[in-house]
Design a protein around this ligand. Structure first.
Ligand SMILES: Nc1ncnc2c1ncn2[C@@H]1O[C@H](COP(=O)(O)OP(=O)(O)OP(=O)(O)O)[C@@H](O)[C@H]1O
Ligand SMILES: [Mg+2]
Length: 258
């Protein structure tokens, strides 16, 4: 089974065609990064995978399910870490309650937390290393701390797949490497990971697939097959270069390379 199978997918928002003829096939489990310029439709694609947006045409299957027909089922199987700078969070709740909510939302009211829910929250709090902030109010945390809480919230329901939209925004280097190790261990446990990022150099050695998106899938496959100068030029113009110094590949704007 594939984690995502999209064919001829077109998504219009307010009459504007954001995604056109998207074809994508991702194995399960796999670790995939999506890159592409601002406005390329990356967030739109994640929301379509989750069933939050409906495509105008084409077909999509997520873990074998159709998110346009069974959005709740898909959302219960797929964890989502939204792009933090696009969502305003006024959440007068403690961080650990924000995390717990993601389990309780699937229950019937009055949605009491059971011992099992509490144990699951405790486990992810320790996995993500946020013991010290778990009792603090979510909207009083720093950006990077909020990001970690959002990651904990996305994995507490033990999803089969995890979507992350620029999860390293505002996260310091140490936390970033801790989060990376966490994602790699989830991947080893059989969770599919789909992550939007602007900095592919951080993930290049651990991802199975790389997708270059610019309204449509410009290229997808092994990272080394996508990170080719002639392909990147089509999307980013002449301002991007690929510098390969084995075993490290750097993907940098030309301006900063002299
Ligand atoms: N609700 C909406 N109505 C109309 N246009 C929208 C809507 N949401 C997004 N768009 C447009 O769709 C395009 C793609 O947006 P999207 O947020 O998916 O891009 P992105 O690749 O995630 O960009 P970024 O790297 O800046 O996060 C943009 O041109 C955006 O203005
Ligand atoms: Mg986005």
């Amino acid at each position: 089974m594939n984690s995502v199978e999209a064919s001829g997918l077109t998504v219009k928002l307010n009459g504007f065609e954001v995604l056109r003829d998207v074809n994508l096939s991702l194995n399960h489990p796999s670790f995939t990064a999506i890159i592409g310029p601002n406005g390329a439709g990356k967030t739109t694609l994640l929301k379509t995978i989750l069933g939050l947006l409906k495509p105008q045409s084409g077909s999509i299957r997520v873990m074998g399910l159709d998110p346009t027909k069974e959005p709740k089922k898909v959302r219960s199987m797929v964890g989502y870490v939204p792009q933090r700078d696009r969502v305003s969070f006024f959440v007068p709740m403690r961080a650990k309650d924000v995390i717990a909510m993601s389990r309780l939302v699937w229950k019937r009211p009055p949605r009491w937390a059971t011992k099992r829910d509490e144990a699951a929250v405790k486990k992810v709090v320790s996995m993500v290393g946020i013991e010290e902030i778990a009792d603090r109010r979510f909207d009083e945390l720093s950006g990077g701390q909020q990001q970690k809480v959002l990651i904990a919230r996305a994995i507490v329901s033990e999803p089969s797949m995890l979507l992350l939209d620029e999860p390293f925004n505002g996260v310091d280097v140490r936390s970033q490497s801790e989060i990376m190790s966490l994602l790699m261990s989830l991947r080893e446990k059989g969770v599919s990971i789909l992550m939007v990022t602007h900095d592919v150099s951080d993930v290049i050695h651990i991802i199975d697939n790389l997708v270059l998106l610019h309204r449509t899938v410009v290229a997808a496959g092994k990272p080394e097959d996508v990170l080719k100068e002639e392909i990147l030029k089509r999307v980013y113009g002449d301002r991007i270069g690929v510098y390969s110094h084995e075993p490290c590949i750097m993907f940098v704007p030309r301006d900063s390379h002299g």
